[in-house]
Design a protein around this ligand. Structure first.
Ligand code: FES
Length: 109
């Protein structure tokens, strides 16, 4: 079994960064470890900042809905929230996400 999968982070301007994301890490960690611009992750993954906001339209069925806690944080602090908004620190990298395109918002505040 592969230890990492390819994930593509796409900026609001359409610039793509393909990264090797370690299985079991969070999407936020995969972005930070690969220097993907646009993920701030100020709280380090504790679900209390919303600066790791992403759009998961292409994989909405796989990642599912946010928890109540995450949903509240998205409402409170995420800029430009959409139906498929998620906090990337709350999404675990699994093999089901291989090749996924994760879109980044134009801003994190
Ligand atoms: S890193 Fe702060 S909410 Fe995800």
């Amino acid at each position: 079994m592969a230890e990492a999968i390819a994930i593509i982070f796409e900026s609001a301007e359409g610039v793509r960064h393909e990264v090797a994301a370690r299985l079991g890490a969070s999407l936020m960690e995969a972005a930070l470890m690969n220097n993907v611009p646009g993920i701030e992750a100020e709280c380090g993954g504790s679900c209390i900042c919303a600066t790791c906001h992403v759009y998961c339209d292409q994989v909405a069925d796989i990642v599912g809905a946010p928890s109540d806690e995450e949903d509240d944080m998205l409402d409170l602090a995420a800029a430009d929230r959409r139906a498929a908004s998620r906090l990337s620190c709350q999404i675990k990298v699994t093999s089901a996400l291989a090749g996924a395109i994760i879109q980044l918002p134009a801003r994190q505040y």
